[in-house]
Design a protein around this ligand. Sequence first.
Ligand code: ZN
Ligand code: ZN
Ligand code: ZN
Length: 376
Amino acid sequence: MTGTAAPAPFTADDYRARLARAARAAADAGLAGLLVAPGPDLVWLTGYTPTAATERLTLLVLAPGRDPVLVVPTLEAADAEKAPGAPALTLRDWTDGKDPYALTAALLDGSGRFGVSDNAWALHLLALQRTLPGTSYAALTEALPMLRAVKDAAELDRLAAAGAAADATFEEIRNVRFGGRREAEVAADLDRLLREHGHTVVDFTIVAAGPNGADPHHEAGDRVIADGDMVVLDFGGLLGGYGSDTSRTVHVGTPTDEERRVHDLVREAQEAGFRAVRPGVACQEVDRAARAVIERAGYGPYFIHRTGHGIGVTTHEPPYMIEGERQPLVPGMCFSVEPGIYLPGRFGVRVEDIVTVTEEGGRRLNDTERELVVVD
Ligand code: ZN
Ligand code: ZN
Ligand code: ZN
């Protein structure tokens, strides 16, 4: 069993380019700047993850036409200086007893509308609002939903490596024993295999057998998997800082005709969604293409979620493949295509690949067997 080699780290120049791109996007959107708290946006823009997001303010202040400034507590300044993007930033530290909001306010004009990362603490945002009454704020994914959506070649390489590792995990998990073991034991196998194949973070290992499969977010529990169970597997995490997320549904022993029919339908819907992917097509068309297959067969009410979500430095982010999303697809976007059918009290089926948009159409980053796999 071989682990996937970690890709080369991003350089300060990579982060400099992203910071410039974000500042441009903010200006184009009429924003006075971006305020970025610890989390995926900060990781993407600077490579910096503090040991913990805390009540002490850490905030990237990015205003068009000014040098990006990272406000950090003094006790974390040494760590922040080691971040790969630190050479692209000015660090401003503050010590306990000083007012970090006044320090932040001094970096801004004192008026205008700012984009704030979605996961900034209310504690910090409310204090900034008090300190800067002339400002207003918008959630970053609402103000700039596409900021991280179009991946460059180096990001696509990482996403492809994460996808390949998830595929290698499926190729091994399909050969383990399912019948007679608890869902949680198979989930532990998935966790171990993802790590063996290079993942540093495992975000989810869904193993949903029999009726549990009808709950799309059922994790893995004490149910002992039985002969005749459909089992939804949905697993992923981060490799080289980028996400994987794939689902396959397997069957313990010989499936019934109905189980085959429902699985074939989901498989066909997944294919239709994939085939709808090409530049210029609205995100909602991917959802419509997949959903139409399921609706035509009368299972529409049992497909109870959107068709897909973007993936990058997180495993759920814009763009969303959902009715009402008119954003056109752009080469470099990366997202899941994952229709499902969930029959309450009976079983569920989901088939999911990560897909990227190319000039010619969609390219899958997952490529394991999509027909119904029979396991022991
Ligand atoms: Zn069955
Ligand atoms: Zn998934
Ligand atoms: Zn997904």
